[in-house]
Design a protein around this ligand. Structure first.
Ligand code: CAO
Length: 551
C-alpha cells in the first residue's frame, strides 16, 4: 500500500479544462481506470480515469475548478500495482475515457474500407472506438450528400448519458452517401457514410498511415501532429453574436460543450452566428447571443425564448410530511421545457364549439364490421383529422409559423397534423403527413400505428417532426372542455373532449343529439378571433355532415 497523487493526464492540447463532475469521494475504492472526475473542454466532456486500483484518500478539486495537465486533483492509497499518476498511467495504457485531443486511438476494425475509381476512391467511413460505449444515439447529422468536407470536419454528433461528441471525418472529400439517420444508435465499426476522396500517386500510402475518425479531437493540434493540411481558419470575427437570420437549412457547427451550454440557456443555435473557424459557434457566441436577447427584452423587443421572469422558489416540503425525490425522465424534462416555452411565447386564446356528431357516429358505427375485416378500428379521430385538414386548407392563416425576428409569416403548402398520444412515458406527438390526401381508413390505420409506436417508444425522430397543427383528443377519457397549449411553432391546436348526448333546440322542440366539445387554442399573433370562430364553425359543419368532407 502506498500513497500517490492523482494528476491530470495529457489533455491533447487543451490548456485548461473545467471540472464539471466529481465521480468519487474520499473513502471510495476504485479499480484502475475507473472514472474519477469529469472535465469539460470546448469539444468534449472527458472522464479522467484512476491511475490504479486502490482507495481514494481525498480529491483536492471541486466542481468549477480549472485544471491543466499535471495538476494534482487528489491522492489515493494504491493497492499495489499502481502506475503512478494519471499521466504516468496513460503510458501504461490508461487514458482519458474520451480523448480531448492529441492522437486518435487506432483500431484496425474501424479502418475505413476503400473502393477505388479512377484517380479518386470511395471510402466507407466507420464509427471509431467510442470508449467502450455502444448504441449511442445520433443527435445530429452535420453533413449532407454532395457536401465537400475537409479532414476533421464533424460528420455526426452522438450523445450518450455521459457526453455528446462529434465524430470527425478522417479525410477531406465529397460526401457520396450518408448511411445513418438522426436517432440511429451507433457502435464502433458501424458504417457512417461513403466519401469520395481525391487520390493521387502515393496517396494510398498516406491513407494507410492516416488515422481513422476518433470522436472529438482537437482540430489544430491534430492536424499539426499528423502533418495533414491544417484547417484554414477565417480571420476571427468578434464573438457574436448579433443575430443573423439563418440560411434555409443552415447547419450548426459547434462542439458538444457549446451545444450543452446553448441547451441549458435555451438558446436556438440556428440563430447564433459563430465566430470560430469555419463559422463554428463558440461559448462566447452563445453567451453574447443570450446577453443580446436579454438586452432586447429589457428594451421591450421581442425575444424568441421569452423568459426573464423569476423562477418559482420551492419550500422544504419535508417540513410538511414525508417526501420522495426522483429525477425527471428526459422526456418529461423536454416536454416541460417545450410547454413553458410555448406558454411564455404564444399569446393564447381558446375558442369553444360543440359539433353535432350524431350522424357521424351512426356512420362510424355502421363501419364496425368493415373495420373488423380490415383489422382497423375506426374511432372519431380520423374524422377529426380529415375535418381539420379541410379547415386548414380553407383557412390557411392557421397553416403558418411566425418568425418574429425576421418579421415573416411562413406559409406551409402541405398539411401534416400531429396527434397527441398519452403514453406511460409521457406525452408524444407523432405526425401524420399529407392528411388532406388520405382516406379515413388510411388515417385510422396510420394513427393507430403511430400511437402504438409512441407507446412502445419506437417512434423515429422524423415521425415526430413537421406538423402544421395538432389534435389532442381526450374524448376517450372524459372532460367537457380544456385549453390546450399550442405546440409552437405551430399556431393552433384542437382539443377534443368527450361527446355527450344533449338536448338541442331544433326550432320547435328539443332533440337529443350527440355533441362533441371542441376547444381550439390559437396564437393570437397569427390568427384573429373571427377566424378562430370561422375555423371551429367550419369544423362543426364538416363533422355535422361528413358528406361535406367529400366536397
Ligand atoms: N367522445 C366520446 N368517445 C370517444 C371520443 C370522444 N371525443 N374519442 C374517442 N372516443 C372513444 C373511441 O371511439 C373509443 O371507444 P370504443 O372503444 O367504444 O370504440 C374509445 O373512446 C377509446 O378511443 P382511443 O383513445 O383508443 O382512440 P382515439 O382514436 O380516439 O384516440 C389517441 C387515439 C392516441 C389520441 C388517444 O389514445 C390518446 O392518447 N389520447 C390522449 C391524448 C392526450 O394525452 N392529450 C393531452 C395532451 S395535453 O397534455
Amino acid at each position: 500500500m502506498s500513497e500517490q497523487e492523482i494528476r491530470v493526464p495529457d489533455l491533447g492540447g487543451a490548456d485548461e479544462v473545467e471540472v464539471i463532475e466529481l465521480l468519487v469521494s474520499a473513502g471510495d475504492s476504485v479499480e484502475a481506470e475507473d472514472p474519477i472526475l469529469t472535465v469539460e473542454t470546448d469539444k468534449a466532456s472527458v472522464e479522467l480515469p484512476s491511475p490504479g486500483a486502490g482507495k481514494i484518500i481525498k480529491l483536492t478539486v471541486k466542481v468549477g475548478d480549472k485544471v491543466k495537465e499535471g495538476d494534482v486533483v487528489g491522492t489515493m492509497e494504491s493497492s499495489g500495482d499502481s502506475a503512478g499518476d494519471v499521466g504516468a498511467a496513460e503510458d501504461s495504457g490508461s487514458q482519458p475515457q474520451q480523448k480531448a485531443g492529441g492522437e486518435p486511438e487506432a483500431s484496425k476494425e474501424s479502418k475505413p474500407a476503400a473502393k477505388k475509381s479512377g484517380g479518386s476512391r470511395t471510402e466507407t467511413v466507420l464509427v471509431p472506438p467510442l470508449d467502450g460505449m455502444e448504441k449511442v444515439p445520433v443527435i445530429e447529422i452535420n453533413v449532407s450528400e454532395g457536401d465537400t468536407i475537409e479532414a476533421d470536419d464533424a460528420l455526426v454528433t452522438v450523445e450518450s448519458d455521459k457526453a455528446s461528441m462529434e465524430i470527425p471525418s478522417p479525410y477531406g472529400g465529397k460526401v457520396v452517401r450518408v448511411l445513418v439517420a438522426e436517432g440511429d444508435k451507433l457502435s464502433e465499426g458501424d458504417k457512417l457514410l461513403e466519401l469520395m476522396v481525391a487520390g493521387d500517386e502515393g496517396e494510398d500510402e498516406e491513407r494507410n498511415e492516416a488515422p481513422e475518425a476518433a470522436p472529438v479531437q482537437n482540430e489544430k493540434s491534430e492536424a499539426k501532429a499528423e502533418g495533414k493540411a491544417q484547417v484554414k481558419e477565417p480571420a476571427p470575427q468578434s464573438p457574436g453574436s448579433v443575430y443573423e437570420p439563418p440560411a434555409p437549412g443552415a447547419k450548426v457547427h459547434a462542439g458538444p460543450a457549446v451545444r450543452k451550454l446553448a441547451r441549458e440557456l435555451g438558446a436556438d443555435m440556428t440563430r447564433i452566428k459563430g465566430s470560430g473557424p469555419k463559422g463554428r459557434i463558440l461559448k462566447d457566441d452563445v453567451q453574447a447571443y443570450v446577453k443580446s436577447q436579454l438586452q432586447r427584452a429589457q428594451q421591450g423587443g421581442s425575444v424568441a425564448t421569452g423568459s426573464g421572469i423569476p423562477g418559482i422558489k420551492l419550500p422544504d416540503f419535508s417540513q410538511f410530511g414525508d417526501i420522495q425525490k426522483e429525477t425527471m425522465s428526459r422526456m418529461m424534462a423536454v416536454t416541460a421545457a417545450n410547454m413553458q416555452r410555448s406558454w411564455l411565447n404564444v399569446p393564447h386564446v381558446t375558442q369553444f364549439e360543440d359539433a353535432d356528431i350524431t350522424d357521424m357516429e351512426a356512420f362510424r358505427k355502421s363501419q364496425k364490421a368493415a373495420g373488423e375485416k380490415k383489422g382497423v378500428k375506426m374511432t372519431p379521430l380520423p374524422f377529426l383529422l380529415k375535418a381539420c385538414a379541410t379547415a386548414l386548407a380553407e383557412l390557411p392563416q392557421f397553416n403558418v409559423s411566425l418568425d418574429m425576428e425576421r418579421k415573416e409569416v411562413i406559409r406551409k403548402q402541405y398539411i401534416h397534423i400531429g396527434i397527441a398520444v398519452d403514453t406511460p412515458n409521457g406525452l408524444m406527438v407523432p405526425v401524420i403527413r399529407d392528411v388532406d390526401k388520405k382516406g379515413l381508413w388510411e388515417l385510422a390505420a396510420e394513427s393507430a400505428e403511430l400511437a402504438q409506436k409512441a407507446r412502445d417508444k419506437k417512434l423515429k425522430p422524423a415521425e415526430m417532426q413537421g406538423a402544421c397543427f395538432t389534435i389532442t383528443s381526450l374524448g376517450g377519457i372524459g372532460g367537457t372542455a380544456f385549453t390546450p397549449i399550442v405546440n409552437a411553432p405551430e399556431v393552433a391546436i384542437l382539443g377534443v373532449s368527450r361527446a355527450a348526448m344533449k338536448p338541442v333546440w331544433d326550432g320547435s322542440e328539443f332533440q337529443p343529439r350527440l355533441m362533441l366539445p371542441l376547444s381550439l387554442s390559437y396564437d393570437h399573433r397569427a390568427v384573429n378571433g373571427a377566424d378562430a370562430a370561422r375555423f371551429t364553425s367550419l369544423l362543426a359543419q364538416l363533422l355535422g355532415d361528413i358528406r361535406t368532407l367529400l366536397l
